[in-house]
Design a protein around this ligand. Structure first.
Ligand SMILES: *Cc1c(COP(=O)(O)O)cnc(C)c1O
Length: 388
């Protein structure tokens, strides 16, 4: 790790050495007993991390967008109505994706930095008969976290399936799929799950599979079709090989290792660690006099922070200075605020020392571009949050 910058972007993140070792191990056959075992165990561990013992996990080679497609393509038939709750770029992506599969999409779009209230979702679901509703748990373009704990109950009252884009939350934010009655919770390997990019991951509830089974038309995407992947997932979980498309053998082995680490840390402990580190980092940013994109502190994500740069400061210049100070952070993503914001990921293997180092580098960068503040206040505020 020496001699290169600390990677603090909202995915890909820094990975644990054991995970990278699994990735670099000699590739086995996808029918080798050792791989069958790793895949089977990874699927079981997915259920634990998602907190969904009755769910059906899917692990398919691709990115988070494929995970979104695995949900949309299998649950939508042309003409179905879908409600998209958008708190940023990834909500808008779901609108586009579901429309491509023939859905008639309505969007409840929050202003940048805001959420959509549960009452508004409830009211809209009561107006039309929606097949599904999608909510982005944490939108990575705004750093806003939605409360999805009642989404399942609200949706089911209206006969609607609840789909959660958890790409920037699963493994970092509190999420209890079964208790919260969520029908699909999806993510990708490279965010809080802690595995290099390349795996789309999701868990589908029995209700989601039932809706899938009741389809009248075949799925419009060949590669994303659950009909093809279900027997494969079932085979590996019962410790036999299956084949539809060659599994990403090394990534699946790395996934097994990372999920094992997550499970042994314990979900409650892991969520609490992310909450504490986010609180510390965000307290540091506040005390540097920078605004954050989420309008309410309670709606700030625990996995990343989206921050406004000081007025009249060029974000690329600031980020270059932060990089020279040893830490890589990300630029803005949301089109409305892209040029004025930067984003910092603090998920997965992140530790208190990483948060302090990042604030230190941010202070150095801010100072170099002429922002006025008392040097050390950001680090001190974070330190206070960490030791209190
Ligand atoms: C990163 C991300 C995605 C897209 O994932 P890719 O792996 O880039 O395709 C979707 N939704 C959210 C919330 C994300 O953070």
């Amino acid at each position: 790790m020496k001699g290169r910058a600390l990677l603090m972007i909202p995915g890909p993140i820094e990975f644990e050495p054991e995970v990278l070792q699994a990735l670099g191990a000699p590739t086995t056959s996808h029918v080798a007993p050792v791989f069958i075992d790793a895949f089977g165990r990874a699927l079981e561990r997915l259920r634990e991390v998602w907190q969904c013992p009755s769910g059906q996990p899917f692990v398919v080679a691709g990115s988070g967008t494929l995970a979104m497609e695995l949900a949309g393509a299998n649950l939508i038939e042309p003409g179905d109505r879908a409600l998209v709750v958008s708190t940023g770029v990834f909500g808008d992506r779901f609108e586009d994706l579901l429309s491509r599969h023939g859905a008639r999409v309505t969007v409840l779009r929050a202003p940048v930095g805001e959420i959509v209230s549960a009452a508004d979702i409830d009211a809209e679901l009561g107006r039309e008969r929606y097949k599904l509703v999608t909510v982005t748990h944490v939108d990575t373009s705004t750093g806003v976290r939605m409360d999805v704990s009642r989404l399942g109950e609200i949706s089911h009252r209206h006969g609607t399936l609840a789909v959660v884009d958890g790409v920037c939350s699963v493994g970092g934010e509190e999420l209890r799929q079964e208790l919260w009655q969520l029908d699909v919770v999806l993510t990708a390997s490279q965010k809080a799950i802690g595995v290099p990019p390349g795996l789309a991951l999701l868990v589908a509830s029995p209700r989601a599979l039932e809706a899938f089974g009741a389809r009248r038309r075949p799925v419009g995407s060949y590669y994303a079709d659950w009909t093809k992947w279900l027997p494969v997932m079932k085979a590996y979980e019962s410790r036999t090989a299956g084949y539809f498309g060659t599994p990403a053998v090394n990534l699946v082995a790395a996934l097994d290792v990372s999920l094992g680490q997550i499970v042994s840390e314990g979900m409650e402990t892991r969520w609490a660690r992310h909450a504490l580190l986010a609180r510390a980092f965000q307290a540091g940013v506040d005390s540097l006099g920078l605004m954050q994109v989420p309008s309410k502190p309670a709606q700030r994500a625990h996995t990343l922070s989206a921050c406004y740069a000081p007025e009249n400061i060029e974000v690329p210049t600031l980020l270059q200075e932060v990089q020279s100070a040893g830490v890589t952070v990300a630029g803005g993503l949301h089109p409305e605020i892209r040029t004025r914001t930067f984003r910092v990921g603090h998920m997965g293997a992140v530790r208190a020392a990483d948060v302090l180092a990042t604030l230190g580098a941010l202070e150095t960068g801010l100072r170099r571009v002429g922002h006025r503040f008392d040097v050390g206040v950001g680090v001190a505020a974070a330190q206070r949050a960490l030791v209190s």
